[in-house]
Each structure stands twice: as C-alpha cells, then as structure tokens.
Ligand binder design. Structure first.
Ligand SMILES: Nc1nc2c(ncn2[C@@H]2O[C@H](COP(=O)(O)OP(=O)(O)OP(=O)(O)O)[C@@H](O)[C@H]2O)c(=O)[nH]1
Length: 771
C-alpha cells in the first residue's frame, strides 16, 4: 500500500521554501495585517506625513504589486497561494507596511483585475533566464517545456548544446529570454573545460544579465555525497557567488519512482524529493563557502520538472507531477516572484537588500496530507500482556485454537505412519542417477515438512497447556517464536534473542561486524544497531540504534515503546513509537499512542487512539483518531478499518479515513487481500494484493500493489513486488535468493543483457527509463 500512496503524495515539491504560509503579518500582535481591508488602520494619517520621495517609492511599489497580481492572474493562481502571499507580504514590508490609499492591497487587486479584463498588452515585464547544469540533465528539454515549443534540440546520447545560445519567446505576454548553455562536467579533472564554457557564459551575461538562474540536475540521480562540488565551485568562481542569489534548483525527471530505502521498501515521494533537494542545496552552500546557506531557511528554492512526452497532463493540458501539481505554472510563478522582488529591492535602501531565499524560508509548510493518510490507515497491533505479566495473550487464543484442530491429527498420523527412512550421505547421493536424486530429495523435503509441522503443533499444544495452568514464562513464550499473528499474517511480536550484525557481502577487516558479536541479553530491553546498506566502502554503515521495550503499566496495561535514532555527519533522524493498550472484556481493546517521526526535515508529534472490537468470530472492526503537530500545522485524522478472516488462508482488510489541516482534507480507502500457504508458517509462501484510493486537492490517485513470495525448487525463493497507479507509473521489483551458484550467475547476467538491449534499442531505453 505504501508504494501507491508514496506515488501520489504531494509533498515538499517546492522544498521547504514553498510552504503554505499564513501571511506572517497575521501572526505577530504588533504587525499590521496587509490582508486587512484598507482604511481600517491608521495608514491615512501616516501617509500625509510622508515625504515626496517616500510617496514616489510607494507608488512604484504599488505598480510592481499590480504587475505581480496580473502575472499571478495570467498563471491561473490565486492571491491566496502561499508563494503569492509571501511575495505580497514582502512587498508590504519594503513599503514599510503602509496601508493607506497609496498602497492599498484591495486597490491593487482591483486595478490588476481591471487591466487584465481590458486585455491590455502593457505589462512591461521581461525575464532573462540563465540555464546551467551538467550534460544531459535536461536543460534544453526544460527550456522547450517552458515555451511549450521545440525551440532547441535535445539529444539522449550526445551533447545537445555545444555553444551558449539565446532563445527568445513569449509566455503569457511576458517576453522570456533564455540562455541555453553547454553541459558542464562534474569531475575535478575536467574543470578546465568548464572554465572555458563558463567564461563564454560570462561574456554572454555581460550583455544580457540574468534575472533568474536555473541550476538543473536530475531528481533521480543517485549521488549521495558532494560529488558536484568542483563544478559548483567553478561556477561560483567564474560567475561570482552572487549568481546563486537568484538561483532555483531545478530537478528534472520528477516523475521518477522513488528508489528503495534501507528497509527494502521504496521511499515515499516526499522523502525522495526532500533528500535529493537537500543534497543539491547543501552542495551549493558548501561551494559558496557561506555557512549561512547551509541553514534550511536560506537554501535555494527547489522546483520540480518533468519533460517526458508521456508525462500525465491535467484537464488544462499542463504536465503534472506524481503529486498532481502542474509544475510549469509553479516554476514560472517562482521565477516571476524572484524578479518582482528584485525590482522591489532596487527601490529599498542598499543596506537592506531582499534575499528571496530568506523570503521563502519560513518554516511553515503545507503538510503532506496523503503521506499522513497512508500512515493513519496502516493496521496496528495492540500491545498485549505477556503471560508472565499476567495476560492471557488475547487474540493469540484464537490462533492457538484455530491451528490445533481438525487436520492436525491427520498430519501427525501421517508422519508417524511413514515407513522408516534413512538419510543418505553425500558420497551416496553423488552416486545416484539424476532421477533417483530428484526422487530422493522430494521424499526428503516432504518428510522434513511433516516433521516440522508435527513439532510445531506439539509446541503449540504445550504452550496451551502451560497457559491453562498459568505457568508459561516469557522466555518460553519467546522461544516459541512461531505464534501466528492473524492481523499481520506473520509471527507475532514476541521477544526474540538479539540478532547478530549483518555481515557485509565481501570481507572487510575494518568492518566491526567481524570484530564484535552480541551476547544473549538478559534484559527485556531489545537493543539493535541500524544498518545502512547504502554506505560507502569502509563505511561501517551502522549509524543508528534501535531500542524496544515491552512493559506492563500498573500490571494491567500492556505498553510497547520503540525508539530509533540515526545520526551521521549531516543528518539526525528520530523515530519514536509508543503505545499503551487496555482490554474491554474479551472482545474489545483500546490503544493510545504517542509517536515522533521525521517528516521531511521537520519532526511530527503524533497523538493517536483507536478501539478494536471483535464482533463475530472472524471479524474485527477498528475506529481510530489521530492528531499530528507538524511545525505550525495541526492535522487531524479519523479512520475505520475492518478485517475478515475467510478460512485459514485468506484475509480481507478494508480501511477508510480522512485527514484535515488548514481546511484542506484528503480522503482515502484501502482494500487488501492476503493469501498464505495452508501450512503457514512452515511453508512461507504468501501473497497480498492491495488497492488504494486517495482524493486530495481535486486529484484522485488510484494505486494497485501486489506482493508475493514464492519458493522455487528446493533452494530458491522469489519475492515479487509490483505497484502501478492511475498515472501509469509504477515499479516492479523482483528479488531472488538462492543457494544455487548457477542461478546467481544467471541473475548476475541480467543487467548485462539489459545494457546490451539498451544499446541495440536506444529509443526504447530512453523512453522507458523512468516509466
Ligand atoms: N524522462 C525524462 N527524460 C528527460 C527529462 N528531461 C530531459 N530528458 C531526456 O534527457 C535527454 C537529455 O536531455 P537534454 O535536454 O538534451 O539535456 P541537456 O542538459 O540540454 O544536454 P546538453 O545540452 O548535452 O548539456 C533527452 O533524451 C531528453 O528527452 C525529464 O524530465 N524526464
């Protein structure tokens, strides 16, 4: 389910610079609200005291404001839009927060609308854009998308732009002049070539100085570190670090599916965009050498772009991102805003220049509602008292009963009735013919399975008896380790022995995993290191720690706390999950929880509660609420969930819910069918098919998700995960694990075959690289 949600989540698309913002003027008690109707404040009185020079400045600022509102109108945005509100606020600040007749917002709005209705072509607004970036990142394609026309040629496999050139066109009555530049090189060795290109760019910009710089890179490139520093430094040295003042980080290929995270499941779109934006923004900060630019509130704004011809379009024919936002009007609005602010800034005193980065850096953002909705709709297991803590282990009663009736005796008998069997030695097996060996292994596997089943049932029976007598201890219960949790279709969360560190795939003497081993813990507090598998060579990869504790509060209320802290040089992540539950009779249970999670770069504090009722033997209904505090936003949520078990193998889970913040709501529903092998957990084959639906800001996102784990032969397992949404983007992941070396070799050949296929059919590879 996650995947489909992540595809549709809307998120930090504009980085943290584009947060929905209540006009800050409305926040402080001493500030004048620029959105208040004119004439209600003392503006008129102060206006009469103004000098001629100040009056002229106000008039000019009002003209700029009218011009800006006309541009906003042409883009189809409203003055309530967060970027627009921020620009208007900033203009009011430059004006000294005058609200009199000379600088009335209502007047400006009225004039702008009137001029637009008259259709006058007197806007007098031009925009010069310099486009910079590495080779092949999509600079020329972005320029074509801006103009909606094939103005410059693009190439997939060779340098498309070989010299600096100017492209002129008109968009919404605005004359836009774009300087397209040859692709720059990132490696330190090639900075000589870059210097030549940059010096020709500099010559060009002397005659046509840019209002905006688009620094273009790909959203989907996997650089984790500061690989582009030499390139960014060359740009700063050649064009001056002030070039970054008006730069927008433009990330192309924005419809790409997020890659897999350390947990194996894909990142949400929000996290993917936030991480990639952060890497580029930080690199720019480092290249400029201004530590203030490392401050999130001063980083360059980010804009997402998707140039692919198959990109989904909205009813107006505008290309839209996976979160449903039309990117082109947003990019233009951002560019116009920066130019408008620069115009306003030229009227203010030199010691107070406007830095648009500061402007867009307010730490308030529109919360990613689809992401929060998918989080809310997840099924949760209520913590239970272990038998040692005095509990009867609630739901697992059903499991034990279910799993120990009817066909159990048959299986046991079957195993006991089997004729004697003598396992062969390796040397004896080697002498068998191919058919004999096959028959031998089939028989061997069949017997092992029956034996495992028998042992498992014996263990369950033993546990049941002990439970009846109230004698089972937590350790024994933990040893069992096989109690099936009906809700999650997997082993229930019971204390298990501390796992060892995962060994890296190739030997590395520096890796601590080879030097340290865990000891069996005596405490119930489970502590585990968190491994980041995407580390570099000689990186130890352990950047975090995970702690888990289950307790019984007042010997009655089971509680569970999980804390995970990851920290490396640059990032600090904290995740806290804590829950406490209380039972109502035999069939009901309520849970309250407090979580802390990283959402983008902010911490979200979450209060949640839910009540679960078992209304029929195989049906459970859950209702839950949540309140999330994210920055200055409060997101409230409500959900309903129903689980029906149809026999032992099939489970149906349906949930629906809504989240709401700042009078915007997102609605969603999930339906999931889970199917597992009849002798689960001895046989591990299981599949699930999920459908999800999210409605947010008028956009409907539908997603389907299939997950399947199948055993192939004796030694291999295949796990398939496929996701597809109604925007026809999706992802298929196939993972195979095998102990057969030949198969590994075959799997290793796959990328080579793919690479050859791409060379033979370049068009195909280019078109399908992201979809
Ligand atoms: N899927 C996808 N492909 C893109 C996108 N932008 C560009 N491309 C493709 O990437 C390739 C290179 O695009 P160009 O626009 O020529 O890149 P460039 O940065 O101008 O390249 P140089 O001029 O050589 O520096 C072309 O095949 C484009 O079709 C995008 O947003 N999504």
């Amino acid at each position: 389910m996650d995947q489909s949600f992540s595809q549709s989540s809307a998120l930090l698309v504009w980085g943290h610079h584009f947060r929905s913002l209540k006009p800050p003027a409305a926040r402080g008690p001493n500030r004048t609200n620029i959105f208040a109707p004119s004439g209600l404040t003392s503006g008129r009185e102060t206006e009469t005291n103004l000098s001629e020079e100040e009056k002229k400045k106000l008039e000019k600022l009002q003209q700029i404001r009218v011009k800006f509102l006309r541009l906003v109108h042409r883009l189809g945005h409203s003055s309530e839009d967060s970027i627009v509100a921020q620009v208007l606020y900033r203009l009011a600040v430059v004006a000294g927060r005058q609200t009199g007749q000379l600088f009335s917002l209502d007047d400006a709005k009225r004039t702008a609308l009137q001029l637009e209705e008259e259709g006058k072509d007197d806007l007098n607004f031009t925009l010069n854009i310099l486009v910079l970036g590495k080779a092949g990142v999509g600079k020329s394609a972005t320029i074509n998308s801006i103009f909606g026309d094939e103005k410059t040629s693009i190439h997939a496999f060779e340098p498309g732009t070989t010299s600096v050139k100017e492209i002129v066109g008109t968009v919404d009555g605005v004359k836009i002049r774009v300087i397209d530049t040859p692709g720059l090189k990132s490696s330190g060795m090639e900075q000589g070539t870059n210097r030549k290109v940059l010096s020709s760019i500099k010559k060009f910009t002397k005659t046509c100085s840019p209002d905006i710089v688009l620094y273009v890179d790909r959203l989907d490139s996997q650089t984790r570190d500061l690989n582009d520093l030499p390139l960014l430094r060359s740009i700063s040295t050649a064009l001056g670090s002030s070039i970054w003042r008006s730069a927008i980080v433009t990330l192309t290929h924005a419809a790409s599916a997020p890659p897999d995270g350390p947990s194996g499941s894909p990142f949400s779109y929000e996290v993917f965009v936030a991480q990639r934006s952060h890497v580029v923004q930080q690199s720019i900060g480092q290249a400029v050498g201004d530590m203030r630019l490392m401050n999130p509130s001063l980083m360059n704004p980010v804009s997402l772009v998707e140039n692919h011809s198959a990109c989904r379009k909205n009813i107006d024919g505008q290309k839209v991102l996976p979160n449903g936002q039309a990117w082109r009007p947003q990019l233009l609005l951002l560019s116009y805003s920066i130019k408008i602010l620069a115009e306003a800034s030229s009227l203010s005193k030199p010691q107070d220049p406007l830095d648009h980065r500061k402007l867009f850096g307010f730490r308030v953002r529109s919360p990613p509602l689809p992401y929060m909705l998918s989080w809310l709709l997840q099924s949760r297991t209520h913590p239970k008292l272990s038998t040692e803590q005095g509990g009867d282990n609630g739901d697992s009663d059903i499991d034990l009963a279910d799993l120990s009736d009817s066909d159990q005796e048959e299986d046991e008998d079957e195993y006991d009735q089997l004729p004697p069997f003598k396992p062969l030695r390796r040397a004896q097996i080697a002498k068998l013919s191919k058919d004999q060996r096959k028959a031998y292994f089939e028989e061997y596997d069949y017997r092992v399975k029956l034996l495992q089943k028998k042992q498992w049932r014996e263990e369950l029976r033993r546990m049941k008896e002990l439970k009846k007598k109230g004698k089972v201890t937590a350790e024994e219960y933990g040893d069992m380790g096989e109690d099936v949790d009906q809700e999650n279709g997997g082993p229930a969360a019971v204390p298990v022995a501390l796992p060892d560190m995962v060994l890296p795939p190739s030997f590395d003497g520096d890796n601590p995993a080879y030097r340290y081993r865990f000891l069996e813990p005596s405490s119930q507090l489970l502590a585990r290191p968190v491994l980041d598998t995407h580390g570099w060579d000689h990186d130890c990869g352990y950047d975090g720690v995970n702690l888990e504790q289950s307790l019984a509060i007042a010997s009655r209320f089971p509680a569970a706390v999980t804390v995970q802290v990851t920290k490396d040089k640059k990032e600090f992540n904290l995740n806290l999950d804590s829950s406490i539950a209380a039972k109502h009779g035999d069939n009901g249970s309520s849970m309250a929880g407090f979580d802390i999670q990283n959402v983008g770069k902010q911490l979200a504090y979450i209060l949640r509660g839910e009540t679960k009722f078992k209304n029929f033997k195989r049906n459970k209904t859950t209702a839950g609420v949540s309140v999330i505090f994210l920055g200055e936003n409060i997101v409230t949520g409500f959900k309903l969930e129903d689980q029906i078990a149809l026999g032992k193998r099939l489970m149906l889970v349906g949930s629906t819910g809504t989240v709401r913040s700042q009078s915007v709501s997102a609605y969603g529903a999930n339906l999931e069918v889970r199917l597992r092998e009849a002798d689960f957990p001895i046989g591990q084959d299981q599949s699930s098919l999920g459908l999800s639906l999210v409605k947010w800001r008028g956009d409907l996102a539908l997603g389907a998700n299939l997950q399947s784990q199948i055993s192939v032969g004796r030694n291999s397992k295949v796990a398939i995960r496929a996701g597809l949404n109604n925007k026809l983007s999706g992802q298929i992941t196939v993972r195979t694990s095998t102990s057969d070396q030949l198969q590994i070799a075959l799997v290793g050949i796959l990328p080579v075959v793919m690479a050859i296929y791409k060379i033979i059919c370049p068009g195909v590879s280019d078109n399908y690289s992201m979809y």
